[in-house]
Design a protein around this ligand. Sequence first.
Ligand code: PHE
Length: 366
Amino acid sequence: MRVLLNAIMSEVLKDRIESLHRELQDLHAANAPEIEALRQKYLSKKGLVSQLFDEFKLFPKEEKAQWGAPLNRLKQEFEARITELREQCQENADSQVKTDLTRTPDPIGLGTRHPLSLVREQIIDIFSRIGFTVADGPEVEDDKHVFGMLNFAPEHPARDMQDTFFIEKEEGVQKPTDILLRTHTSSVQTRVMTAWAKSLNNASDASSSLRVLCPGRVFRNEAISARAHCFFHQVEGLYVAKNVSFADLRQTLLYFAKEMFGPETQIRLRPSYFPFTEPSAEMDISCDLCGGKGCAFCKGTGWVEILGCGMVDPNVLESCGIDSKVYSGFAFGLGVERIANLKYRVKDLRLFSENDVRFLQQFESC
Ligand code: PHE
């Protein structure tokens, strides 16, 4: 009886080992929780493999010898398969990360400074060495600060819609308005001069002088092309004190040109006209491409224009509250894009505002 029972038990155990072997061949899992479920099903204390060990304990000694090894092998094979599934799952997770399109690209590229920022900072640095400070002002301005106080006649063409962007007070209604986008940063100069005049009156400080740079974005109603844009950047400068002369203006600008474009650089001042300066001039620098001999870049003249300047018109000083019989001053205004073009030979103005990284990366080492 006992022998028969042992034989049946052995038979049952053999069947179950074989059936578990078959299950093992087909053991699959898609993710970590599924693998854990399999581990519990087969290998936990109450798992199917562990149950066989419990039954095995009931076997008589002589039978045990026969089943110990296959049972251990079965357990090891299940353990090995579970480990294998875990590794596969990890690999899949890794490869999924590589194709995760929402991930920040690796390596994370460092940004570079924009060429216009580089040039603006360089201009400010050069003038700050001779005592100029920086002033800021609004981009949305009124007619008074952009034109009126700067001696523009009421009918001056710059006030025309063709040149200036006016802000509509009511959406869609184009009524005459005196709110506009500044067309130059001279508007900041009127604000600074007015504030300075007030401080003068308070302190009655006759030895005081005003040296200020007004960098910023300006807007003009122009069709966008390689050579023109509806906005660009300026740095305007202003010096007001007693006995400021045209010679002071010239020396200041010569110093700037040599610092910016190299010690060989020469300047030339040509008579010009601006409502807010008298006399007015435009300044050229010797072409640094051909050394002044004449080339395609300077159109054979040996000179390239870089800025407008002049002595502050007495009317402007007076409109800001400064006594034009006591004080005089000079002003100049340069386009940052223009200087950047000369320094870096950027052929198309639009590149400055398109934010194409291929363009911007070229200034990495500047
Ligand atoms: N405001 C002038 C412009 O925008 C530049 C300028 C400034 C000229 C100061 C003379 C003096 O064109």
